[in-house]
Design a protein around this ligand. Structure first.
Ligand code: SAH
Length: 384
C-alpha cells in the first residue's frame, strides 16, 4: 500500500488561507488554492490533519489528475491510476460524488458511473477476478470523489467520513447554528488570545464559546470522533493511536479562560449547556440568559463575537434593524474590546452606527455573509 500521499484539505470559500495557516502550524508545507489546500504526507499526516484542523471540511487523498474531455479519456485516465495501492480486495468503494465545472463532460451521474466501471475493471484485472462477475464490496469503505474542472479530472478518496465540522459535541442546535469549523475560523481570524475575555452575546447553541475554549486549551477538535480512514485495513492503528495520544498530551486543561455566552432565549442556554457538557467544557464556559442590550463589563481588551439573527433567518426586518441599532449602542462604551459580527445584512454598518475597520466575505452554508470587524483600542489598565 501507499506510504506517501498527495493530499488536499477542502475549505469553504474565504477560509482557504485560514486552513493553510493551520497546516503550516503543524509544520507541513502547503499550497493554498481555491476551495482547498494541497500538501503531502503519510498516514500520520492524514491522522494529524483530520484530528487538528479546525477550519477545514475534509481531508482527501488525490489518487490522480489527468485531462478528461471524453468518456473514453475519463475511463482510461481512471483505469491507469494505481487503485491496487489503496483498495484491498473486498473494499467498498462508492463513487459518491462527481462535480463537473466548465468542462465538456458535464453529466455528473455518467461521470460517476464511468469512474466506477474503470476502477472495477482495474481491480478485476489486478486481483485476477473474472470480468462480468461483480466484486464483493463487503469490507471497509473508501469513498471516491471525482471533480472535472476545465476538462481536468481529479480523483480523490475521502479520508474523513462525516465532515470535519461535526466535532461530536452537538446534542441539539436550535434554529440557525453556525458550523463548528466556520466558528473556529472566525475565532482564529479575530485577535483573541486565551488571556483575553471572550463574549458571544447571541450564543445560541454555544458554538463560538465551545470552539474558543477548545482553541484556548489546545484541545484537538477531532478528539471526540472517528474518521473514515481509521477503518481501512492497511492503516497502522498504532500510528493513529500515537497521534491521538500526542494530541491528548498537548491539551492544557489548567489554563484559566474567561469565556461567556449569553442569549435572550433560555431554551438556547440549556442547549448550549448540554453541548458544553458533551464537549467536557461545562466548567470552563459561563452561560446565562441575558439580552445583549444588557451587556456591561468593566473588563478590558476583550473580544466579542456575535452571529445575531439576520432578516432571512430568525427575525423580521424591523426587529433586526432595532436589534442592530441597540447592539451598536451597547457595544460603543466597550472601547477596548474588539467586536466581530457575522451577518448577511448588507446595511449592517448603517444600522449599527459605525463603519467597520475591516470586512471579510464568507459563506455560512450557501448564504453569503460578511464578518464586520471592529478593532478595540489597546490600553493598559493604568490608562483607564
Ligand atoms: N451562533 C449560534 C446561533 C446564533 S442565532 C449557534 O451556533 O448556535 C442568533 C441567536 O441570537 C439566537 O439564539 C437568538 O435567541 C439570539 N438573540 C436574538 N435576539 C437577541 C437579543 N436581543 N439578545 C440576545 N440574544 C438574542
Amino acid at each position: 500500500m501507499k506510504q506517501t500521499f498527495n493530499l488536499i484539505a477542502t475549505a469553504a470559500a474565504g477560509l482557504e488561507a485560514v486552513v493553510g495557516r493551520e497546516i503550516k502550524d503543524l509544520g507541513i508545507e502547503r499550497q493554498v488554492e481555491n476551495g482547498r489546500v494541497r500538501f503531502q504526507g503519510d498516514i500520520t499526516t492524514v491522522a494529524q490533519t483530520n484530528l487538528w484542523l479546525r477550519a477545514a471540511d475534509r481531508i482527501k487523498i488525490v489518487v490522480g489528475e489527468f485531462p478528461a474531455r471524453t468518456f473514453e479519456e475519463l475511463f482510461q485516465g481512471v483505469f491507469a491510476l494505481d487503485w491496487e495501492n489503496y483498495l484491498p480486495l473486498g473494499a467498498k468503494f462508492p463513487v459518491a460524488k462527481a462535480k463537473c465545472v466548465r468542462s465538456k463532460l458535464h453529466n455528473e451521474p455518467s461521470v460517476q458511473a464511468i469512474t466506477k466501471k474503470a476502477i472495477v475493471k482495474k481491480l478485476q484485472s489486478y486481483f485476477h477476478r473474472p470480468e462480468g462477475v461483480p466484486l464483493q464490496e463487503t469490507g471497509a469503505e473508501f469513498r471516491i470523489e471525482i471533480s472535472i474542472h476545465k476538462n481536468q479530472a481529479m480523483v480523490m478518496i475521502d479520508t474523513t467520513g462525516e465532515s470535519l465540522f461535526k466535532r461530536g459535541y452537538r446534542t441539539d442546535k436550535g434554529g440557525a447554528p453556525i458550523k463548528e469549523n466556520m466558528a473556529a475560523a472566525i475565532i482564529m481570524l479575530s485577535n483573541w488570545y486565551p488571556d483575553k475575555p471572550f463574549i458571544d452575546p447571541t450564543c445560541g447553541s454555544g458554538t463560538f464559546c465551545i470552539e474558543a475554549a477548545m482553541i484556548g486549551m489546545n484541545i484537538a477538535p477531532g478528539f471526540n470522533r472517528d474518521f473514515a480512514f481509521e477503518a481501512w485495513p492497511w492503516v497502522d492503528k498504532e500510528l493513529v493511536e500515537a497521534v491521538r495520544e500526542e494530541a491528548d498530551s498537548k491539551a492544557n486543561y489548567d489554563i484559566e479562560l474567561d469565556i461567556m455566552g449569553t442569549d435572550i432565549d433560555s431554551r438556547m442556554i440549556e442547549v448550549a449547556k448540554n453541548n458544553a457538557l458533551e464537549a467536557g467544557l461545562a466548567d470552563v464556559i459561563k452561560l446565562k440568559q441575558m439580552r445583549l442590550q444588557d451587556l456591561k463589563t468593566d473588563k478590558i481588551n476583550g473580544v466579542i463575537i456575535s452571529n445575531p439573527p439576520y432578516g432571512e433567518r430568525l427575525l423580521d426586518d424591523k426587529a433586526v434593524d432595532i436589534l442592530y441599532n441597540e447592539m451598536g449602542q451597547t457595544f460603543a462604551p466597550l472601547r477596548t474590546w474588539s467586536k466581530f459580527i457575522l451577518t448577511s445584512d448588507e446595511n449592517f454598518e448603517q444600522k449599527y452606527g459605525t463603519v467597520a475597520d475591516k470586512k471579510r466575505k464568507l459563506y455560512n452554508g450557501t448564504l453569503r455573509v460578511d464578518l464586520y470587524q471592529y478593532f478595540g483600542q489597546r490600553v493598559k489598565r493604568s490608562e483607564m
